[in-house]
Design a protein around this ligand. Structure first.
Ligand code: C2E
Ligand code: CA
Ligand code: CA
Length: 766
């Protein structure tokens, strides 16, 4: 009866272990397989014992014994694997430190072998029959092999226990219980079994311990979460945040408050209700705040002002029963300050503290959309030659200048104005018209001085204004207009204030129109060279200068002054010049036979050097029309040579080497440098008479011209006088030794046919 009861109990134990084994096998936890192996490994010893209990013959009892003893080796093997995983994974310690050495597995294997050999040699144990509970029971007598088996198993067990002991000492207190419980169960289990082994009491009840052990292992590995740990961790997290948290029970009593809540209310005691009361005295009744919503509250004034975000909410269980509520208070003072500082930095110019370009434009655009800028001006303030100023006086002084201009602007502005720094050397403002007093600004700007320490320096500041045009919705366009207005005072040192008026507006439109028409005009031959004769000292025509004219279908006859400055500015001059160079070559090729030796000079603008390959283009036309380069003269101005002088000299040299004649145009009108002349690879010097024309002191002018002519003689450069208008001019210059002459005295620039007629007449061909 007792034995049957034990058989049933053992069967239940086996079933329990099987279930734990299967459940851990299915688990996705890394330790799952090791737990499964251990649970399953515990089955054979229980099964073996069950067989021993049930055995009615010795042979069956032997089978039970073998299953039991070999099963124990299997248990040890699985326990070692489990220990390895359990003690390693949880805290992440390195494998080597806690691993049970691998050779133990070899010993376990050896033990299995020697136990099996007992069948043949009988060296490990023998069974003898006794009576227990009124039935025969087969009891084991250990021999040498069994002693070996025990040493191995106890040894393995001891090692495992040592690993668990070390582990439970080393892990943090919170984790200790998951090691200590297993440790204790291992020790109790071992002792319990030892009792049965050595006392040789029939029916090994310690097998119950095996199942309990299996269950414990299963629970601690697969399901155990230290609740205290969770509690402590959550409390830690809540204490670590800067957010004050208070928890209330369902009846509304404060049951817990974290550290920041204590700090916020300045309470020393841990008493939650006191902290809650202090919080209410700070922020008023908190219950009335809306559920689960942040509410911003500000306390204190000026510098000591602090901002808080307060929220309250409730907890409910699944059935909707009230579990309590919380209040959360976050100090957002710093956050707000940081956001404000970031906004400020994003919208302001760091140096002057004024709005930056983007923000100025945005503010103005916003107002434009609202149409609130009736009777407003847009003004741009330009620091003339500021780059040079910076370079000459240093950046520190430059910064001081910018700050002073910014201060000056602020002085002239009020709350109705929107103003800021819109470029390195430009400021912008949108101001009511009545705030603008031109005379006042002019007198202020006439002597704008920058001061830094002992240094004082004048700075030219220009102001451009334009009306706020309600049709324009873009501040950038208005600022461009105000800036364009500045062009009108560029060369007038007395004026500092300019308006974008109708004249400038029309000019702008004109510029746009004729720029758009250039390509078409060239294609349709509206743009043609006129020729102005050049004569030698006997008055005989020896060549001509090609001067562009635009015979416009709507505007009629247009002189270069109407469009050349614009094209020089926007770079389109290169297109125009290429056309004139090509036209000149074409004319020369038609003259090859008719007027051999008559030359044409073409103008090369300084901008051409940037926009195109001057040498390449001209030589390609010369080749195209097969003309003699000697008949094509290249006119360059001094200003062309001001930049990249070496490169330009090289181009001129190339022209001369190819047989072209190079002329220096408008000598005397620009930054003439006699010094430069001696190095310049030119053949002809065109002396600009305009600069002498207005001179009151004719004698002085004469002396200058005389000396320029003499100098060119010395340098073996041919001199050509431009602007010869009268016979008197001609005689006088002739007397001074000038070689060539050009001017209205001979002829104005005329169409090709007229020029040819002139040549024919001179030669008596007409
Ligand atoms: P520039 O090269 O100095 O040309 C001489 C200018 O003086 C021409 O004016 C000519 O008509 C004018 N002129 C000639 N003789 C006299 C005179 O006796 N008295 C006075 N008062 N003026 C005289 P234009 O044709 O109006 O050309 C003006 C400027 O436009 C030229 O000055 C030149 O710099 C530029 N230009 C003309 N055609 C071209 C061209 O095809 N390409 C380039 N890049 N510039 C050109
Ligand atoms: Ca010229
Ligand atoms: Ca000239």
């Amino acid at each position: 009866m007792v034995r049957t009861a034990f058989i049933i109990i053992f069967a239940l134990l086996i079933a329990t272990l099987l279930i734990c084994g299967l459940a851990s096998w299915r688990s996705e936890k890394p330790i799952g397989k090791a737990v499964c192996l251990l649970c399953i490994s515990l089955i054979p010893p229980v099964l073996g014992n069950m067989i021993i209990i049930a055995a009615t013959t010795k042979a069956v009892a032997y089978v039970g014994c073998y299953i039991y003893y070999i099963g124990m080796d299997f248990v040890m093997f699985a326990l070692i694997r489990f220990t390895d995983k359990y003690c390693r994974y949880q805290v992440g310690t390195r494998r080597k430190k806690y691993s049970v050495p691998i050779w133990i597995n070899h010993l376990l294997g050896l033990d299995v072998l020697q136990l099996l050999l007992n069948i043949a040699f009988g060296h490990a144990f023998v069974l003898s029959e006794i009576e227990a509970y009124g039935k025969p029971y087969f009891i084991m007598t250990p021999l040498l092999g069994q002693t070996f088996h025990r040493i191995i198993c106890y040894g393995a067990m001891a090692l495992t226990i040592i690993v668990f002991i070390i582990k439970s000492i080393q892990v943090p207190r919170l984790y200790k219980e998951r090691y200590i419980v297993i440790l204790i169960s291992m020790i109790i289990g071992t002792m319990w079994q030892t009792f049965y082994i050595f006392s040789r009491t029939p029916i090994d009840r310690s097998m119950v311990g095996f199942a309990v052990f299996g269950l414990l292992i299963y629970y601690f590995s697969m399901h155990y979460r230290p609740l205290r740990l969770l509690d402590n961790m959550l409390a830690d997290i809540i204490n670590d945040t800067s957010v004050a948290v208070l928890l209330y029970g369902p009846e509304g009593r404060c049951i817990w408050a974290n550290e920041p809540a204590k700090e916020l209310t300045g309470r020393k005691s841990d008493e939650p209700e006191g902290i809650s009361a202090a919080l209410e005295s700070l922020f008023g009744e908190i219950k009335s705040l809306p559920d689960d919503q942040d509410t911003e509250i500000t306390r204190g004034i000026a510098d000591s002002e602090k901002s808080y975000m307060i929220a309250r909410g409730g907890f409910k269980d699944r059935s909707g029963k009230d579990l309590g509520s919380y209040v959360r208070v976050r100090d957002i003072t710093q956050e707000k300050k940081r956001i404000e500082a970031e906004m400020y930095a994003a919208n302001h110019d760091a140096l002057t503290g004024l709005y930056n370009k983007e923000y100025t434009y945005k503010k103005i655009n916003d107002q434009l959309k609202l149409h609130t800028l009736d009777n407003f001006y847009i003004a741009t303030i330009h620091l003339c030659d500021f780059k040079v100023f910076n370079d000459v006086f240093g950046h520190e002084f430059g910064d001081a200048a910018l700050k002073q201009v910014a201060d000056w602007m602020s002085k002239y502005s009020d709350d109705n104005c929107i103003y800021g720094r819109i470029a390195g050397d430009r400021f912008g403002s949108c101001l009511p018209k009545n705030m603008m007093v031109e005379e006042l600004l002019e007198s202020d700007l006439a002597h704008f001085t920058v001061k830094l320490g002992d240094i004082e320096q004048n700075l030219t500041v220009h102001l451009g204004f334009c009306d706020v045009d309600e049709d324009v919705q873009d501040a950038a366009v208005l600022f461009d207009r105000a800036y364009i207005a500045l062009d009108s005072i560029k060369d007038d040192y007395r004026r500092h204030v300019a308006f974008f008026d109708k004249k400038i507006r029309d000019k702008m439109i004109w510029n746009q129109e004729i720029s758009a028409q250039l390509d078409n005009a060239i294609a349709q031959n509206q743009i043609i060279p006129y020729l102005q004769p050049i004569a030698d000292n006997s008055g005989k025509i020896v060549g001509a200068e090609a001067l562009v004219r635009w015979i416009h279908p709507v505007n009629g006859f247009m002189s270069p002054g109407d469009f050349i400055p614009l094209f020089e500015e926007n770079g389109m001059i290169a297109e125009l010049d290429k056309h004139i160079w090509r036209s000149a070559c074409k004319i020369l090729s038609s003259w090859e036979k008719k007027y051999p030796g008559i030359f044409i000079s073409v103008n090369v603008s300084p901008k051409d050097f940037y926009m195109t390959d001057v040498y390449g283009e001209i030589t390609s036309y010369v080749q195209e029309y097969g003309i003699n380069p000697h008949n094509l003269r290249i006119e360059v101005t001094e200003s062309s040579m001001m930049r990249d002088t070496d490169d330009r000299m090289k181009v001129l040299e190339d022209f001369r080497n190819d047989g072209f004649i190079v002329e220096m145009d408008d000598f005397g009108s620009g930054y003439s440098s006699l010094n430069m002349l001696k190095d310049m690879p030119v053949d002809v010097l065109k002396i600009d008479m305009k600069f002498l024309g207005k001179s009151n002191d004719e004698q002085k002018a004469n002396i200058i011209v005389k000396n320029v002519i003499r100098l060119s003689e010395d340098l073996c450069i041919v001199s050509l006088a431009e602007g010869v208008e009268t016979a008197e001019n001609f005689d006088q210059l002739n007397g001074l030794g000038c070689d060539l002459f050009q001017g209205y005295y001979f002829s104005k620039p005329v169409p090709q046919a007229d020029f040819e007629a002139m040549l024919d007449k001179e030669r008596g061909n007409a």
